[in-house]
Design a protein around this ligand. Structure first.
Ligand code: SF4
Length: 895
């Protein structure tokens, strides 16, 4: 931690995705840190993506929850802890242990997870603790358990370098795991082949050797078709199957139930036969294959079957436990794996032990907790349904935002509003979920947390504190341990996170005869050893050595040591499209945002690549709905409606829509996608189907629109039915809005927005064009700007937004204020393509127009793509689009 003004260097880990990059933070005075990738960390070898690079911009205290509150008033920790303990104790005494629940998060550290799980499953005696990782990779967990006997990820990142073929199944690695993607791009330059299976032509698909834009939910059909083809060709490994795998006969029988000819598979997946054959040939020809799968496979009512189909294919070909060959589930969150290990999921107990009597008794013995639950708890969707119908009467939400992120999010809000007692522990004060809290408990944020996380390749890394805890904020593990002690439970009196970790490591080693999750080499880590712990992959032997690959000897964690192939059968989506809802809505992430934007929304540069909620659609579907690029569109499903900017692209399949999942009430109340999603879940994993919801689309047809720039953050003016979006800028907040009312609505909004603004007002009204423009200047500085129009004509916002940084407005700027641009050309940088070096689309386009014909050339001319490289696929796409447009123009001119 910085002390007394001298900068110090701290090695920690990025808090965003499951790559788990090492970060070096140089901490200056105050809460200032400059971050860089840690060259010594094996996960990233010094690289960071745009989100990691911007971490320094997110460590301010703006919006932080810094004191406990009860019913909105500030309280002491003693009072808040006592109240939470009392209400949970009373609820349990009256209604039983299953009347309470914890909903936790992949943002928690392993130590936090361990303590929360020990309290709920061990001492309260209920299985009702589930993690938001349920929404990301629960299907992969279930598939691993069925096939391998435990939730075990076989491979490591080195396999991505060594593979000759990488198959990305529902995985837009270029955006969701950018640092790993850079690694695979480098391997591709050495000859590695890439196949992408995804209904959308994502940035990962753009540069791939083959893109299979399969029909939604046809993944099982494709993978089973591949396996059938490999069997026909004799391209499976019968020796490996005989020695290490059960269930192959049942697989063959199940495959024989339907026509597995390439033509039939191609027809059912709605892709060209030639492409199917190319995929089958590539897979057969490359024993060193890694099959990555992520949300696109997991977030489905048949997510477990998709995972099993991939695992079956690798087991049948013996492509597992070997350098460059494995099925590889990539996690979304920084510590989703830590939650899977410690028991953060309702259907696991702890340390890869479940509810079999021997496992349950072993964990209860270790904890000294005779009340340890004997059965799983409710998974996320069922948990909030139980809150809604009153079975759960007290819930504690830790470090997550289910009011935004759950499917059918409006119903989750109803549930929280009805719940008699809601506790939220978070580092952010005003999340959409915190609005329902009776008690709010301030937790540490990244930069203050200290503990461990596990990434997608089972590598445990230390997250270390850069700053002292601000205000009254405390570590999550300690908040939970204090409540446990106040409830009267023993076994929660740890002195530090290091002692929590030691206990956790001892549990993994306790009576461990064949569990691969074993940290026996870390059970005696002293304070110094814990502080200095270098990244290490589990299992960790008694010699302290980690393990890169699992199943190298062909032994699995099943009773007979053999893997299990499990037959899968293709099914259609849970809800089919119909005449009312003829389109398939797919939701997902975008490049520069993380989850519900509580952190990335603090970094203006990360908000400028895709500043507003959008819906991507094929031009054919847009034309049918009367939509053009940039118009506001209403996306409607049986569950609700959202409004987003229309983006027309042939990267989207006809019949499909895509919306990002990030926007919340704080940024765009009408642009939230998750209230649209039906809570259809996989029957085994409980993971919701975020990738397909029947939908229709219409134009919004606003009668007027405008923007309001101000130094303060504003919510939608109360009582107004507006489409409202907030976009953070460097020196102001940009609020965009549109409405369908008449002049009285415009007047009401103007009155609400100008309330409290003081200073000199310059204004311009033109009834003929429906324009109204106003600017407020106070003590020489720009205080606010309001532009509205009924004709759709508004200037670019960049110049006006930049003026908020001026200490005093110059005469030229003052006279041009209401034009919205300086004399001469308008300032419009366009969306930010390169978030690291702040290079906008217009600058990139100018470089391409001037002759830059490769991403390297654009980088040399503008700097774009020369830091983390996350934008290089987009630059390549822009080059291709402009080259195509130029060639069309030449043809037309010649004609
Ligand atoms: S890839 Fe980016 S978001 Fe993911 S851990 Fe690395 S720096 Fe963080």
């Amino acid at each position: 931690m910085a002390d007394g003004g001298s900068a110090i260097t701290v090695k920690t880990a990025c808090p965003y995705c499951g790559v788990g990059c090492g970060v070096t933070g140089v901490v200056g005075e105050g809460r200032v840190v400059s971050v860089a990738g840690d060259p010594a960390h094996p996960a990233n070898l010094g690289r960071l993506c745009s989100k990691g690079t911007a971490l320094g911009a997110t460590v301010g205290l703006e919006g932080r929850l810094l004191e406990p509150t009860i019913g909105g008033r500030v309280a002491s920790w003693t009072e808040a802890t006592a109240l939470v303990a009392k209400r949970f104790r009373e609820t349990i005494a009256k209604h039983g242990p299953d009347s309470v629940a914890f909903y936790v998060s992949g943002q928690l550290l392993t130590e936090d997870y361990y303590v929360a799980n020990k309290l709920m499953k061990g001492f309260i005696g209920s299985g009702n603790i589930d993690t938001n990782s349920r929404l990301c990779m629960a299907s992969a967990v279930a598939a691993h358990k069925q096939a391998f006997g435990a939730d075990l990820v076989p491979g490591c990142y080195e396999d991505l370098d060594l593979a000759d073929l990488v198959v990305f199944s529902g995985h837009n690695a270029a955006w969701t795991h950018p640092v790993l993607f850079r690694r695979m791009e480098a391997a591709k330059a050495r000859g590695q082949k890439h196949v992408v299976i995804d209904p959308r032509r994502t940035d990962t698909a753009e540069g791939a050797d083959l893109h299979l834009a399969i029909a939604p939910q046809s993944d099982v059909r494709l993978w089973n078709g591949l396996l059938a083809d490999l069997i026909r060709r004799g391209a499976i490994d019968r020796d490996y199957i005989a020695d290490h795998v059960n269930g192959f006969d049942a697989i063959e029988a199940a495959l024989a139930e339907i026509d597995q000819s390439p033509a039939a598979v191609a027809a059912d997946c709605d892709v060209a036969l030639a492409d199917i054959l190319t995929f089958f040939d590539l897979f057969a020809a490359n024993p060193k294959t890694v099959s990555l799968f992520s949300m696109g496979a997991n977030q489905s009512a048949q997510g477990v079957a998709k995972g099993l189909s991939i695992l079956n294919t690798h087991l049948a070909t013996g492509r597992i436990g070997k350098p460059g060959a494995c099925p590889f589930s990539i996690t979304g969150q920084p510590n989703a794996m830590g939650g899977r290990e410690t028991g953060g999921m309702a259907n696991t107990l702890a340390g890869h032990m479940d509810f079999e009597p021997a496992d349950r008794d072993r964990v209860a013995r270790f904890w000294g907790a005779p009340n340890t639950t004997r059965k799983p708890g409710l998974k996320a969707v069922d948990m909030f349904e139980a809150v809604h119908d009153g079975r759960i009467k007290a819930i504690w939400v830790m470090a997550t935002n289910p009011a935004v992120s759950m499917p059918d999010a409006s119903r989750v809000r109803e549930a929280l509003a009805k719940c008699p007692f809601v506790v939220v522990s978070d580092c952010i004060a005003d999340t959409d979920t915190a609005a329902f809290a009776h008690v709010k408990l301030p937790a540490l944020a990244w930069g203050e947390k200290d503990g461990t996380v596990t990434n997608s390749e089972r590598r445990i890394s230390r997250q270390r504190a850069l700053f002292a805890a601000p205000g009254q904020a405390r570590p999550d593990w300690r908040i939970v341990a204090d409540v446990a002690q106040a409830m009267g439970f023993e076994g929660f009196g740890w002195a530090s996170q290091a002692s929590v970790f030691r206990e956790w490591a001892r549990l993994t080693a306790y009576e461990n005869e064949n569990r691969l999750l074993n940290l026996s080499g870390l059970t005696n880590l002293g304070p110094e050893g814990y502080a200095a712990l270098a990244p290490i992959q589990w299992p960790v032997g008694v010699d302290g050595q980690g393990t890169d690959r699992l199943f190298v000897d062909g032994r699995f964690q099943t009773p007979d040591g053999r893997a299990r192939m499990v037959p899968t059968r293709p099914k259609g989506p849970a809800d089919a499209v119909d005449a009312v809802y003829p389109l398939s809505l797919n939701t997902g992430r975008i490049r520069d945002q993380w989850h519900t934007m509580t952190r990335t929304g603090l970094a203006p540069d990360l908000c400028r690549h895709a500043p507003e909620p959008f819906v991507e659609m094929h031009p054919i579907d847009a034309e049918a709905a009367g939509l053009k690029e940039g118009m506001l569109a209403r996306v409607i499903t049986a569950r609700g409606e959202a409004v987003a900017l229309a983006k027309l692209t042939d990267r989207q399949r006809p019949g499909g829509l895509f919306m990002p999942m990030h926007w919340t009430d704080a940024f765009a109340p009408s642009g939230r996608s998750n209230p649209l999603i039906a809570p259809n879940i996989d029957p085994v994993s409980g993971q919701p189907e975020f990738k397909h919801t029947p939908a229709r689309i219409r134009a919004y047809r606003e009668t007027w629109k405008g923007f309001f720039l101000s130094r303060d953050t504003l919510k939608t003016p109360v009582g107004q039915d507006l489409v409202w979006r907030r976009i953070p800028q460097d020196a102001c907040q940009q609020h965009e809005f549109a409405g369908r009312g008449d002049a009285s609505e415009r007047d009401a909004v103007r009155k609400a927005l100008s309330k409290g603004l003081i200073g000199e007002v310059v204004a311009y009204d033109d009834d003929a064009s429906g324009a109204r423009r106003e600017a407020w200047v106070r003590e020489g500085r720009l205080a606010a700007v309001l532009f509205t129009t009924t004709t759709g004509r508004l200037p670019p916002r960049d110049w006006l937004a930049d003026l908020f940084a001026e200490p005093v407005l110059g005469p030229e700027a003052r006279s041009a204020l209401l034009f919205g641009r300086p004399p001469g050309a308008p300032v419009d940088r366009g969306p930010l393509v390169c978030a690291c070096l702040k290079v906008g689309a217009k600058v990139v386009q100018a470089a391409i127009a001037a002759g830059a014909a490769t991403p390297d050339a654009v980088g040399a001319a503008t700097g774009a793509g020369t830091n983390c490289g996350s934008c290089r696929p987009e630059i390549a796409r822009m080059i291709a689009a402009m080259t195509k447009a130029a060639s069309v123009k030449e043809t037309v001119d010649a004609a």
